[in-house]
Ligand binder design. Structure first.
Ligand code: 5GP
Length: 207
């Protein structure tokens, strides 16, 4: 079976990390693509676990050396996906999930149209505002900007294949798990050479 890419987008605070973290233990060959960002780490975030936290200069260098599959600027900071990890994991037959914004998703859609595009929605704007405040990591000003941006992002849901409403974490995680498990079973992802090799001599099997 070939590996594939899952693009997960949704407003900041929709719960993408929580949903993904609930799914990882249930699908061993699901790998997370760690992004590069120029944003400073939030409390509890660890370099090379949550993000590769890098300077503007380092980000520029990665762009110049064509090391990023996609990149975008989001609320004043830059974000990008390291190319090699994604390609290596897909080659190895794994599914790779990435948490990227709508601009990055549009770039992936151009380059890898066979990827699976999933949009995670918060239940209401009020709940989104509450979650962002609870996170305690952003100033009121940044929260306002993130909320204003949310509506702009949600309009792009029409470009995605699936949507999940995160009003209940366990249910949202189960829905993401079902999407991924179903996508594994797409006939287009079958390694036809292997299938042929296995079945070609079928009529010579002793019965
Ligand atoms: P945050 O700063 O809240 O971690 O992320 C802000 C936004 O950047 C989120 O919408 C997230 O999906 C997006 N993002 C994170 N990593 C990447 C990336 O590698 N590429 C792009 N295009 N967006 C990213």
């Amino acid at each position: 079976m070939k590996g594939f890419l899952i693009v997960l987008s949704g407003p900041s605070g929709a719960g993408k990390n929580s949903v993904m973290n609930a799914v990882f233990p249930t699908i061993p060959n699901l790998k997370y693509s760690i992004s590069v960002t120029t944003r400073p780490p939030r409390v509890g975030e660890v370099d090379e676990v949550n993000y590769f936290f890098r300077s503007e200069e380092e980000f520029d260098r990665m762009l110049e050396e064509d090391l990023l599959l996609e990149s975008a600027t989001f609320v004043g900071y830059r974000y990008g996906t390291p190319k090699s990890f994604v390609h290596e994991q897909i080659q190895a037959g794994n599914a790779v999930i990435m948490d990227i914004d709508i601009q990055g998703a549009a770039q992936i859609r151009e380059k890898m149209p066979e990827a699976v595009f999933v949009f995670l929605l918060p239940p209401t704007p009020e709940e989104l505002s509450r979650r962002l405040k609870l996170r305690g990591s952003d100033s009121d000003e940044v929260i306002k900007r993130r909320l204003a941006k949310s509506y702009e992002e949600i309009k792009h849901i029409v470009d995605y294949d699936y949507y999940i409403v995160n009003d209940d974490l366990a249910r949202a995680a189960e829905q993401l798990r079902q999407i991924i498990m179903s996508e594994w079973l797409r006939v287009s992802r079958i390694d036809m050479k292997r299938l042929q090799g296995l079945w070609e001599g079928g009529s010579s099997v002793e019965v």
